[in-house]
Design a protein around this ligand. Structure first.
Ligand code: SF4
Ligand code: SF4
Length: 108
């Protein structure tokens, strides 16, 4: 919701306005992006970006065999535009889960 509300392809209220024949790469690949961030220790955005390119973009129909992507070049890919926000959200949630786990352990 945080991303969709800010997204230029949305209506500002969280609803997507992409044409029905278009799919949002962020929506399609969100589980993979969450897995990348949650299974790799807190690291630099450049490292996450490389993981994103090597695990998600290689599976995406929009990336050409030479590694280029027109949607990326024209800033049309929501995943490419907003992955830093998603990384921040996942890291915050992960940190909160770890804090709660540590508090629970201290109570045992
Ligand atoms: S393009 Fe993707 S991120 Fe943007 S509003 Fe639609 S579903 Fe949300
Ligand atoms: S940047 Fe291009 S290849 Fe990567 S997810 Fe977005 S549309 Fe697909």
């Amino acid at each position: 919701m945080k991303v969709c509300r800010a997204c230029g392809d949305g209506d500002g209220k969280g609803n997507c306005r992409l044409p029905v024949d278009e799919t949002c790469a962020l929506e399609s690949f969100l589980p993979k992006l969450v897995t990348i961030v949650s299974t790799n220790p807190a690291t630099a955005h450049e490292v996450y970006l490389e993981l994103l390119r090597n695990t998600i973009c290689v599976q995406c129909n929009h990336q050409l065999s030479n590694g280029t992507c027109k949607k990326r070049q024209t800033l049309e890919c929501a995943l490419d535009r907003y992955y830093p926000t998603v990384i921040e959200i996942v890291q915050n949630v992960k940190g909160e889960v770890e804090r709660r786990g540590n508090v629970a352990l201290r109570r045992v």
